[in-house]
Design a protein. Structure first.
Length: 352
């Protein structure tokens, strides 16, 4: 039965449209534009990559119930408010990703055409522009070009990041958001059913960091699936975390949804490395937690970029002190003053 559910819901996630030629957006299709970091070069140019996901919402009979069953979640036990949250938050797991779609964007008065979408509805493009005036930390909004008859608006944000300065690469689950990843059933509820809550004190800490350094930038890198992009964007805004780029993991099979294995670790490792390559003149702080593989991933990055990683901070959610064998082995080649285990954000108040 579980194998059938897996195949059924994976089909809902992976189903794509048939045409092989490029076609414009239809009025029943949607565009998700991602917030990204744009490098503000010393000569005034900005360099960035835009990513778009095009999909059509689906309401296949039984898909929502099957998804809940696969998650071992009893829909009948939920309140009406909880059911509404579950329906809203799982909508992007019940879609048709639209392949061979071609869209244009308007950014800083210029129209840019992206390549056609891949089988998973995704397209991206590296862009270099020279605006008249820009400053570090400025947000620039861009939007998709739609037919005159389509009055909807799909927009994304660029956060301008100066070539030199300090960046914080932050995990999300159990680093700044209470998720309880180690308890898979509680993780399901906290992701799809319960109200979202930030880790107490982390928003205040990040705001204090931002206020103390005018060239500080934030990059939120998570193994959470791309389907949670709108939810996590809303979470960061509501909890008043500083604006920054958001990097999530595209998943193509349902089995990857709550899987913390080689795939999710490779994603996070690659995203961090890509940011270091995009901003070769910046220093970085890596902020994570002990629930999954953040210590191991961050240590590997620090070994490869010892002059670029200023500090590693790991929030303890596994009741392990810095003397634990795990940390001693993981950080054995990292200077002791470059990594720290903490429980409360107030421990890091003067650490920037």
């Amino acid at each position: 039965m579980r194998n059938f559910l897996y195949k059924f819901i994976s089909a809902c996630i992976a189903l794509t449209s048939i045409p092989v030629w490029a076609s414009p957006i239809k009025d029943d299709e949607f565009i998700q534009l991602m917030s990204s970091a744009a490098k503000l070069k010393d000569d005034g140019e900005i360099e960035f990559r835009v990513t778009a996901w095009i999909y059509e919402k689906e309401s296949r009979p039984g898909a929502q119930a099957a998804l809940a069953l696969w998650m071992k979640l009893d829909l009948d036990s939920l309140t009406s408010e909880e059911k509404k949250r579950f329906e809203d938050r799982t909508q992007l797991f019940r879609i048709d990703s639209e392949r061979n779609k071609k869209i244009s964007l308007v950014l800083l008065g210029q129209q840019i055409t992206l390549s056609k979408t891949d089988p998973w509805g995704l397209t991206d493009k590296k862009i270099i522009l020279k605006p008249s005036s820009t400053t570090h930390g400025e947000k620039i909004q861009y939007h998709a070009v739609l037919p005159d008859s389509d009055k909807r608006e799909f927009s994304g944000d660029l956060v301008l990041v100066s070539e030199k300065g300090l960046s914080i690469i932050s995990d999300i689950d159990d680093t700044i958001k209470d998720s309880y990843v180690l308890d898979k059933q509680l993780l399901v509820r906290n992701t799809f059913v319960n109200p979202l809550h930030s880790v107490a004190g982390m928003s205040d800490l990040y705001q204090a960091y931002a206020a103390s350094n005018q060239h500080l930038a934030f990059h939120y890198v998570s193994s959470s699936p791309l389907q949670l992009y709108p939810l996590l964007t809303e979470f960061l805004q509501q909890e008043k975390f500083p604006a920054g780029s958001l990097h999530l993991r595209p998943i193509k099979l349902l089995d990857e949804l709550f899987k913390e294995g080689s795939s999710s670790q490779r994603h996070k490792h690659k995203q961090i490395r890509d940011l270091l390559k995009q901003f070769p003149k910046r220093q970085f702080i890596l902020m994570g937690d002990s629930g999954e593989a953040d210590p191991e991933i961050y240590a590997a990055v620090a070994k490869d970029y010892p002059e670029r990683i200023r500090q590693i901070y790991i929030r303890d959610v596994t009741n392990e002190t810095a003397e634990a064998l795990r940390y001693q082995n993981t950080f054995k080649s990292i200077p002791k003053d470059k990594w720290r285990i903490f429980m409360e954000p107030k421990e890091l108040q003067n650490s920037l």
